[in-house]
Design a protein. Structure first.
Length: 434
């Protein structure tokens, strides 16, 4: 009798175990955490795509994106403190290389990626940005075209202004605007802990159009120092815009205090408080009209390519993100494959985030408006002829690229033309010796 009772007890216990642990449908899914520099509308848009395409799909994991305006500081704290995210989306490829050198990041090859397949998807140039000692540590997840100047419509056309094709034409147009009683430019370098980066973009665009891609590459590695005549000239040309009286809303000294996300908004006042704003393709997500109306591409605003300066010197300035991986788990590898897929990347293009996919299989029809689709096509075309160059400051050692170069732009705006020699020397002096 006792034996029968024990058999009954064991049978009941077995059923309890099966009920509690045997059913896969109630098991908690694995989690993947992703950390990056973009926040606000862009972060919400990306998370919504992740939710739709991954978290609400039949996957064995869920993923959560966390953005920080102080990414550059916070990622160092987390990695150095032994608490890195599973994946970090770095705007600065130079920082990815630093993580690889420190042995913190995991190579894509070691995660099982087929590099020939990745090259077919992204091209060699973008993958090379995260290459160290023959292995690749950065997975392209986003790009944007930086060589753009935005203007308000129909006010721009109604005023009789025409799109300039050269730098000299742009300066002539700026002079005409001032003569008409208008302010040509809205410029803002403010970006919390990253204040100054938008100024470096101006220098980079000018360098491509004056020094050309080859010298640009030498500048990135400090073979061409900041105190060289070529780089100094780029700063001086920027100064021709920022220091000319009447050119910039608020004047040069106020540029570092104006947040880059707010800088274009005065274009949409009635009448416009400025008529031109140089910024990358992503900026449309921050366009905000004072009367609260929804701004429509091609109707309320338009764009022209940053103009040529010297004959024969051309290039497209691009930026974006490289995903660096700090955890080798099945769900992390699966997320990376899902996130870079044509389906997920196309879905991101259709949001308000202004994100452009580095995946060459993502066509122009994926994008919300024709302006973004055209920018995406321009990036692909530039990559095919080796005319695209990544943001130089993002490729430089972080102590320079997200340090002294940023602060140098602030010092230059606040110190004026006479401060330039010291600004350039200070940046050169900050370059690490090894």
């Amino acid at each position: 009798m006792k034996r029968v009772r024990w058999l009954v007890v064991l049978a009941i216990m077995a059923m309890i175990v099966v009920a509690c642990g045997g059913g896969g449908g109630t098991a908690e899914k694995a989690k993947v955490n992703v950390f990056g520099a973009f926040s606000g509308t862009e972060a919400q848009a990306v998370q919504s795509v992740i939710d739709d395409k991954i978290n609400n799909a039949d996957k064995d994991y869920t993923a959560t994106y966390e953005g920080s305006d102080s990414f550059e500081e916070q990622i160092k704290i987390r990695v150095d403190g032994g608490n890195p995210p599973d994946i970090a989306l770095y705007p600065q490829p130079g920082s990815v290389i630093e993580m690889a050198k420190a042995g913190k990041a995991i190579a894509l090859e070691d995660l099982g990626f087929d590099m020939s397949a990745l090259e077919a998807t992204f091209g060699k140039y973008l993958l090379s940005l995260g290459e160290y000692n023959g292995k690749h540590y950065g997975l392209p997840t986003n790009t944007n075209l930086k060589s753009l100047v935005w203007y308000p419509e129909p006010a721009f056309t109604d005023a009789g202004y025409t799109v300039p094709k050269t730098w000299d034409e742009m300066i002539t147009l700026s002079n005409k605007m001032v003569a008409d009683g208008n302010t040509p430019w809205c410029i803002g370098f403010g970006s919390d802990a990253a204040t100054g980066w938008t100024g470096t973009d101006w220098i980079e665009d000018i360098m491509l159009r004056t020094a050309g891609p080859d010298l640009y590459d030498q500048w990135v590695t400090h073979k061409l120092p900041f105190e060289s005549p070529e780089v100094k000239r780029a700063f001086e040309l920027l100064g021709d815009v920022t220091f000319t009286p009447g050119y910039v809303l608020g004047g040069a000294e106020q540029i570092p205090a104006i947040d880059f996300r707010d800088a274009p908004d005065p274009m949409f006042n009635s009448p416009p408080s400025c008529f031109m704003h140089r910024q990358a393709s992503f900026i449309t997500q921050f366009f905000d009209a004072a009367d609260g109306r929804t701004l429509v591409a091609g109707k309320d605003y338009n764009v022209f390519a940053f103009p040529d300066i010297d004959p024969g010197k051309k290039g497209a300035l691009i930026a974006g993100e490289l995903g660096a991986v700090f955890a080798d788990r099945p769900e992390v590898r699966e997320f990376l494959n899902d996130f870079i897929s044509t389906d997920v990347q196309c879905a991101q293009g259709g949001t308000d985030a202004g994100r452009i996919s580095p995946n060459v299989n993502v066509g122009p029809d994926c994008y919300k408006d024709s302006i973004t689709g055209t920018a995406a096509g321009a990036i692909v075309a530039a990559l095919k002829i080796d005319g695209a160059r990544f943001d130089a400051s993002d490729l430089m050692p972080s102590v320079v690229g997200s340090g002294s170069f940023w602060t140098g732009m602030i010092d230059y705006m606040q110190g004026g033309p006479s401060s330039l020699d010291k600004v350039l020397k200070d940046i050169d002096d900050s370059w690490p010796s090894s």
